[in-house]
Ligand binder design. Structure first.
Ligand SMILES: NC(=O)C1=CN([C@@H]2O[C@H](COP(=O)(O)OP(=O)(O)OC[C@H]3O[C@@H](n4cnc5c(N)ncnc54)[C@H](OP(=O)(O)O)[C@@H]3O)[C@@H](O)[C@H]2O)C=CC1
Ligand SMILES: Nc1nc(=O)c2c([nH]1)NC[C@@H]1CN(c3ccc(C(=O)N[C@@H](CCC(=O)O)C(=O)O)cc3)C=[N+]21
Length: 296
């Protein structure tokens, strides 16, 4: 192994520490407690684990945590009513609706009904537009976490060739926007990309957000490149359940200069950035100075 391991778990603990300091100050100096509401529709076990872990960490940094668990068959009107109530609730500064939603619900409609100022996922069309035009917005948590690790490792990203594999609205596209904002030369690859190995081979930075277990082998990677693995895939190996990323860690870590592991890489940073976004939203809502280093 030659690559340096980028320890997302340790980095995330540091970010949560900074968030906790801001929360303490907000309480002491202004009597304000930031509040985060998570809305979960249905019983998906993976989502439940994730929501529980978010709730625990929200409390740990001293914020208020609210969970709305709605039945799988909840109507769109009932879900919109819950969101409307949270939009109006002054003690709630961040709202996250866990995705994916059951098929009978219109995801775009639901997300765009969240007050953009409380949209800590950064998925609202208005935040997407603000990010795309380089204006102040709420930035999606997973790409923000990746950007923080890349900046920490490289300092400036200016002029680097970045390849993002995946073009989803929640990871690939906003990741590409952030890298462009930091003056990378950005390529977005997807399922129709021709000669993906050649495209990836030109990258100084590879961000893999595909959802295919260990799809990227080490022989695609340019020597010394930085590899950020967003993938979270549950597989069975040797009769055991395992969590693996979208890159083949064993072979990629032989060639890369630096690499994030799964678990313990991007995942913990996503949750830390969710808490950071909630503090940012709380400061903006109250006309207070924003925390430094916690936004893009
Ligand atoms: N760590 C974290 O915090 C998070 C992790 N994730 C994980 O990240 C991964 C991606 O998530 P998400 O963006 O939501 O996934 P989506 O399924 O929405 O998007 C996957 C993207 O990968 C592309 N793709 C699929 N197959 C190939 C292929 N063979 N070659 C090249 N590109 C391909 C698709 O292309 P096309 O558009 O052409 O179909 C699509 O753009 C998943 O493993 C997910 O679990 C997601 C969110 C947060
Ligand atoms: N509105 C919305 N916003 C999201 O940000 C969102 C979502 N919906 N739906 C699902 C995906 C997935 N996601 C993860 C976050 C953290 C870990 C995480 O912390 N993973 C740990 C491992 C956890 C485990 O062991 O299962 C790690 O990688 O180390 C994983 C996945 C956020 N998502």
């Amino acid at each position: 192994m030659s690559a340096q391991i980028i320890d997302g778990k340790a980095f995330a603990a540091k970010v949560r520490g900074q968030v906790a300091e801001h929360v303490t100050a907000l309480k002491a100096e202004h009597g304000i407690t930031p509040g985060l509401a998570v809305v979960l529709v249905g019983e998906d076990p993976a989502s439940q684990v994730y929501v529980r872990s978010k709730g625990k960490m929200t409390n740990e940094v001293g914020m208020k945590s609210v969970e709305h668990k709605l039945d799988e068959n909840t109507s769109e009107a009932d879900l919109l009513a819950v969101i409307d109530q949270l939009n109006k609730d002054a003690s709630i500064h961040g709202i996250l609706v866990q995705l994916p939603l059951p098929k009978h619900l219109d995801e775009d409609l639901v997300i765009n009904s969240i007050d953009p100022a409380k949209d800590v996922d950064g998925f609202h069309i208005s935040n997407v537009g603000l990010l795309g035009t380089g204006q102040k917005s709420m930035v999606p948590c997973t790409p923000l976490g990746c950007l923080m690790m890349l900046r920490d490792h490289h300092g400036s990203l200016s002029g680097m060739n970045a390849v993002v594999i995946g073009r989803s609205n929640i990871v690939g596209k906003p990741m590409a926007q952030l890298l462009l904002g930091d003056s990378c030369t950005v390529t977005i690859a997807h399922s129709r990309t021709k000669d993906l190995p050649e495209v990836v081979g030109r990258a100084d930075i590879v961000v893999a957000a595909v959802g295919r277990p260990e799809m990227v082998p080490g022989d695609w990677i340019k020597k010394g490149a930085t590899v950020i693995d967003v993938g979270i895939n549950r597989i069975e190996r040797d009769g055991k359940n395992k969590l693996v990323g979208d890159v083949d860690f064993a072979s990629c870590s032989e060639v890369a200069g630096a690499i994030t592991p799964v678990p313990g890489g991007v995942g913990p940073m996503t949750i830390a950035c969710l808490l950071a976004n909630t503090v940012t939203a709380c400061c903006r809502a109250n006309g207070l100075a924003e925390p430094e280093g916690l936004t893009a």
